[in-house]
Design a protein around this ligand. Structure first.
Ligand code: SAM
Length: 276
C-alpha cells in the first residue's frame, strides 16, 4: 500500500471544493514527506491502534495507514468526511472515522478490541493545550503521544526549571510523561501557512507518574499565576497558611515558582492534599 498511488491531497481538496476554515485551526500538511516523517518519529506503527484528532484532508492519516496502523480519526468539520471515506477501502478497513469534537469524545469507548492507543496528531492550535491536559489525565487506555503544536507551546511542554518557558504545562506534562521536542516545521510547510513555526513533541509515560493531577493543577495555577512573586506570597491565593504549606513540602518560602522542580511540585501538591 503506497500513498503515492492516491490522488494528491491538493487535487482532493479541489475536487471536493474544500478550503481551510481558520476558526477550526485548519493548516494542512499536504507534503507526504513531512507526514511520513511524523509517522516515523512515532516508531513502529504496524498493527497498532492510533487515535488521530483532526485528519482534515488526510495527509497524516495516509502516512499512518501506510505504516500499517489502524486509525481512529476524529474530525469536527463534517465537510471532510466524504473526502476521507475512500481511505477506508484503500487501507482494507483500517480507518474508523468519527465526526465530532475531540474535547467531548470518550476515546476509550471508541477503542473496540484494542486495549490502548497511541495518539498521533497535527493538533488544531486553538484546542491543543486542553486536549493534551485531557489526555494526560486519562486512564490506562492512553499510550504514547506524538503531537504537533505551535513551537512555543511545544517549548513550554518540554521546558526545565529556571527557563522562561517553564510553567504549568511543563509541570503537568512531565508529571505523567517524559517529553521531548523532536523537530520543528516552518510555516511554509502548511497550507495556508500559519504565522509561526510548529514542532513535534513525543510524550512517553514515565515509570513513576504522579497520580493527582488535579492537586498539581491547583498548586501550579497559584504558583505560576504570580510567577515573579515569592511562593509564600503567590500561594496566598490558595490559603492564608502558605508558609505552613511550603514548609510541609520542604520548600523555602522565599523561592519562586520557576525554581521548583518536578519533585518539589509533587511535594507541594501532596502538602495541599493533606491540608484540604
Ligand atoms: N491532520 C491534518 C493535516 O495535518 O493536514 C489537519 C490538521 S489541522 C492543523 C487541524 C484539524 O483539526 C482540522 O482538520 C480541523 O477541522 C480539526 N479540528 C479542529 N478542532 C477540532 C476538534 N475540537 N475536534 C476534532 N477536530 C478538530
Amino acid at each position: 500500500m503506497n500513498a503515492d498511488d492516491l490522488p494528491t491531497l491538493r487535487d482532493e481538496l479541489e475536487a471536493h471544493g474544500l478550503w481551510a476554515n481558520k476558526g477550526l485551526g485548519q493548516h494542512f500538511l499536504l507534503d507526504l514527506n513531512i507526514t511520513r516523517r511524523i509517522a516515523k518519529t512515532a516508531g513502529d506503527l504496524h498493527g497498532q491502534t492510533i487515535i488521530e484528532v483532526g485528519p482534515g484532508p488526510g495527509g497524516l492519516t495516509r502516512a499512518l495507514l501506510e505504516a500499517g496502523a489502524h486509525v481512529i480519526a476524529i474530525e469536527k468539520d463534517a465537510r471532510f468526511i466524504p473526502l476521507l471515506e475512500p481511505l477506508n477501502a484503500w487501507s482494507e478497513g483500517k480507518l474508523t472515522l468519527v465526526q465530532g469534537d475531540a474535547l467531548e469524545v470518550d476515546e476509550e469507548a471508541l477503542l473496540a478490541d484494542a486495549s490502548s492507543a497511541h495518539i498521533i496528531s497535527n493538533l488544531p492550535y486553538n484546542v491543543g493545550t486542553p486536549l493534551l491536559i485531557k489526555w494526560l489525565k486519562s486512564g490506562p487506555w492512553r499510550g504514547p503521544m506524538t503531537l504537533m503544536f505551535q513551537k512555543e507551546v511545544a517549548q513550554r511542554i518540554v521546558a526545565k526549571p529556571g527557563s522562561d518557558a517553564y510553567g504549568r504545562l511543563a509541570v503537568l506534562a512531565q508529571a505523567r510523561c517524559n517529553a521531548r521536542l523532536e523537530f520543528t516545521v516552518g510555516p511554509r510547510a502548511f497550507t495556508p501557512p500559519p504565522k509561526i513555526a510548529s514542532a513535534i513533541v513525543t510524550l512517553k509515560d514515565r515509570p513513576d507518574p504522579y497520580p493527582h493531577l488535579d492537586a498539581l493543577e491547583r498548586v501550579t495555577f497559584a504558583a505560576f499565576g504570580q510567577r515573579r512573586k515569592m511562593l509564600r506570597a503567590a500561594l496566598r491565593s490558595m490559603t492564608p497558611d502558605a508558609e505552613t504549606l511550603l514548609n510541609a513540602a520542604g520548600i523555602t518560602p522565599t523561592a519562586r515558582a520557576e525554581e521548583i522542580d518536578q519533585a518539589g511540585f509533587r511535594a507541594l501538591a501532596e502538602a495541599w492534599r493533606a491540608h484540604t
